[in-house]
Design a protein around this ligand. Structure first.
Ligand SMILES: C[S@@+](CC[C@H](N)C(=O)[O-])C[C@H]1O[C@@H](n2cnc3c(N)ncnc32)[C@H](O)[C@@H]1O
Length: 374
């Protein structure tokens, strides 16, 4: 594919990211200018999921825009007829923000989880040299295409097909691990495969309440645990697939309305969208799925508990199933209010072989309660 003036388009994108304050390191400006994004996205879906290919007049501008370009959609086997986005080339501003947070230096060994198109891997190769980059994706169709495109652009990182939750011990230890796919928990494998003092940069968020999550930048300590602050990122990555044929989508738990109870609450539906509080609600009800609506929301959990709650205050609450899950939200709201309504960036995360815990303000600060406050 030829696209003679692509360097002008790439330089214009890099300049825009500099103007926005996203690129502050001139070395990353150079990298964005040098990597041909168009070679990694010959075809993608537009906002209405129509296909945009090289022959489309919109193609060059969209390729070098600050947009996420959806490159793969699949039908979920449990939901025939519904297509879900399963891969994309992420918005450059988010990629560059993360690459700055990653704080890479020449000679570092980096693992990326979520190869997708290969463009972010290409940015890392351009900065570090291909021999220092390993990238993993669960989907063989994607790794095959990415490997070929990377080679076409002159890069040769190690591209591996596997569930990224396993990391890639064969090329460990890594100085940096970066994930471009969301997980609910940071698997200890990523920490284990990172050098002491190294960094794991992950997007932690639940599929059923994606806005509740955040980026987390963990530093691996001498004792093998990893801790670090959360960084606000309302619209992060698509959720990881546990199986290549199943998009990582929210679970739609059934609702049994035969024994509906009603009450009112001083905590309205908008609570689930407030930064910091939403993280707490997710962590208290860790299998929560939220269905937002214009006047009310519906939340449900795997045990069959559900609630419908109005936005207007005092809120009208209808609930059913084994427990009153809106009461959990009210407890979370009270905990959060008593601590001065902290936003998500006031929280942090620690990962140990036993699992992960969120904390407030500092690793030795207060542990965020959950799952289930009661
Ligand atoms: C937003 S895309 C990654 C974008 C990519 N870094 C790029 O530059 O194009 C997320 C990717 O994560 C992959 N993915 C989903 N679940 C995964 C898993 N369990 N392990 C590894 N990769 C996974 C998807 O197949 C998808 O390609």
């Amino acid at each position: 594919m030829t696209f003679d003036d692509w360097r002008d388009w790439a330089a214009a994108l890099a300049d825009r990211l500099c103007e926005q304050g996203v690129i502050t390191d001139p070395a990353w400006r150079e990298v964005v200018t040098s990597v041909p994004r168009h070679m990694f996205v010959p075809e993608f879906h537009d906002d209405t999921f129509g296909l945009v290919g090289t022959g489309d007049p919109r193609w060059p501008e969209l390729v070098y825009s600050d947009d996420t370009l959806v490159t793969q959609r699949k039908e979920h086997p449990d939901q025939p007829g519904f297509q879900w986005s399963t891969s994309s080339s992420t918005r450059p501003s988010l990629m560059l923000r993360m690459l700055h947070l990653l704080d890479v230096r020449h000679g570092m060994n980096v693992l990326e989880i979520g190869t997708g198109t290969g463009y972010n891997a290409a940015l890392l190769c351009e900065r570090l040299g291909s021999e220092h980059v390993t990238t993993v994706d669960i989907d063989p169709e994607l790794t095959g295409a990415a490997r070929a495109r990377l080679a076409g652009a002159g890069y040769s990182p190690t591209v591996v097909t596997r569930d990224g939750v396993r990391g890639y011990a064969e090329r460990a230890p890594y100085d940096r691990v970066i994930t471009t796919v969301a997980t609910e928990r940071v698997p200890y494998t990523w920490v284990e495969q990172t050098r002491r003092g190294g960094i794991v940069l992950a997007d932690v968020r639940p599929p059923g309440m994606t806005w509740a999550g955040a980026l987390t930048r963990l530093t691996v300590a001498e004792d093998g645990t990893a801790s670090g602050p959360l960084h606000t990122c309302t619209w992060g990555f698509m959720s990881a697939r546990a199986d290549v044929a199943r998009p990582g989508i929210p679970q739609a738990f059934g609702i049994d309305a035969t024994n509906t109870r009603s009450r009112t609450s001083e905590v309205g539906a908008e609570s689930v969208h407030i930064s910091g509080l939403s993280l707490l609600i997710w962590w208290c009800l860790d299998d929560i799925t939220v269905f937002p609506g214009p006047d009310e929301i519906q939340i449900s959990t795997a045990d069959g508990s559900w609630a419908k709650v109005s936005k207007a205050l005092p809120a009208r609450v209808e609930h059913g199933g084994p427990s009153d899950i809106w009461a959990e939200v009210e407890h979370a709201h009270a905990w959060w209010t008593a601590r001065g309504r902290p936003g998500v960036a006031v929280f942090g995360l620690t990962v140990t072989p036993e699992g992960q815990r969120f904390w407030l303000e500092a690793p030795d600060g207060e542990t965020v309660p959950g799952p289930r406050l009661r």
